[in-house]
Write a protein that binds this ligand. Structure first.
Ligand SMILES: Nc1ncnc2c1ncn2[C@@H]1O[C@H](COP(=O)(O)OP(=O)(O)OP(=O)(O)O)[C@@H](O)[C@H]1O
Ligand SMILES: [Mg+2]
Length: 333
């Protein structure tokens, strides 16, 4: 779908972009525009996602100054009137300066890449301490609002639709759903019972993964896409972003953790809780199978990934928790 010339003209005017080339679509909601102000990335949110757009803008602003050599984030562009986002009939847009960089799949990351990502995350966590964002959802509130029976039912409803999809081994799909139910049962209550109630739940990125990093020739990586931020304990983000890496490539996970721990501490006693909570998030990830059933592009790759990771976590959750506790007690080494 092309961008309407009228919409582009309104954006260009509001941001004083000057003359613009035709925008290139680089993602479902992402446009790359060459303007007289340089290349810009335009992220388009629907009106209902206004809070997410605002959070992304406020976080980029907070992280921009003072500069920190341990991480990079995109530079937010403001409208000529000084607004952080622009609202109109197109929903909400957020503009950043376009940055050069390379996407890498996580299994292509080198040891220095993992170390750079760990160091960057710790520095980001430090910088986001004491930041209160308006209407930011917290992890504790999200967990409290969960309805165990409704989540189980959703998984069973999706199971009933399995006959509709083609091209993936059905037995593996059933096993994947069984394992998600198992994780749901095992982790739902421990996540709340063991929640670190003394944590201030300052913002975390909450989508710190390969799709939101851009690597340049020199470290540190650029960390994109802050719209999913929530307030949560840092241990949760560390476990969540490493995912099954400690089981697959423990040396790389240790690189990440030692680099993180050189910048700020983690509490070893919270790690088993964080593993349970990260596992619960896999149990609740309904969109992966639903996207595949709806034939969405890229969904088969996402589903294959989930079918590999979920059984591994379900079978080796305790081993994963042990890894984190030991690594943190040993300072990541
Ligand atoms: N400022 C930027 N400079 C360079 N590339 C960018 C910039 N902003 C976004 N991109 C590119 O656009 C992609 C999508 O951006 P972003 O992750 O913010 O949006 P998204 O809609 O959440 O996408 P996804 O669903 O793929 O995560 C990024 O992965 C990156 O490749
Ligand atoms: Mg993204």
């Amino acid at each position: 779908m092309a961008l309407a010339a009228r919409t582009l003209a309104l954006w260009a005017d509001a941001y004083a972009l000057g003359a613009c080339d035709s925008p290139r679509r680089v993602g479902e909601r992402l446009w790359r525009i060459n303007s007289a102000r340089g290349e810009v990335a335009v992220k388009q949110f629907d009106a209902a996602a206004n809070d997410a757009a605002l959070h992304e803008a406020l976080l980029l602003q907070r992280l921009a100054a003072p500069t920190d050599a341990r991480y990079r984030v995109p530079t937010l562009l403001r409208t000529a009137a000084g607004e952080a986002v622009l609202t109109g009939p197109w929903g909400v847009v957020l503009l950043t300066r376009w940055e050069a960089g390379e996407f890498k799949h996580y299994d292509q990351f080198t040891a220095p890449d993992w170390a750079a990502l760990g160091r960057a995350l710790a520095a980001l966590h430090l910088r986001l301490e004491n930041l209160a964002l308006p209407a930011l959802v917290t992890l504790r509130a999200t967990l409290r609002a969960l309805d165990f029976a409704a989540e189980q039912q959703t998984i069973e409803t999706d199971r009933a639709h399995l006959a509709c999809g083609a091209g993936i081994d059905r037995l593996r799909l059933h096993r994947y759903l069984d394992e998600r139910l198992r994780l749901l049962e095992q982790c739902m209550h421990t996540c709340l019972e063991n929640f670190p109630d003394d944590d201030p739940q300052w913002p975390i990125h909450n989508d710190y993964n390969q799709y939101n990093y851009l690597f340049a020739a020199a470290a540190p990586p650029l960390i994109l896409d802050w719209e999913a931020a929530i307030g949560a304990p840092r241990e949760f983000e560390v476990v969540r972003c490493l995912n099954h890496l400690p089981l697959e490539r423990p040396a790389m996970a240790r690189m990440f953790l030692s680099a993180y721990l050189r910048e700020r501490p983690l509490r070893a006693a919270r790690l088993p809780w964080a593993v349970d909570t990260a596992c619960l998030m896999h149990a609740l990830k309904h969109w992966v199978l639903r996207g595949w059933l709806a034939g969405r592009s890229g969904s088969a790759v996402a589903l294959q990934g989930a079918m590999q990771i979920v059984p591994m976590l379900a079978a080796r959750r305790e081993q994963l928790a042990e890894f984190f506790v030991r690594a943190v007690e040993a300072g990541g080494g």
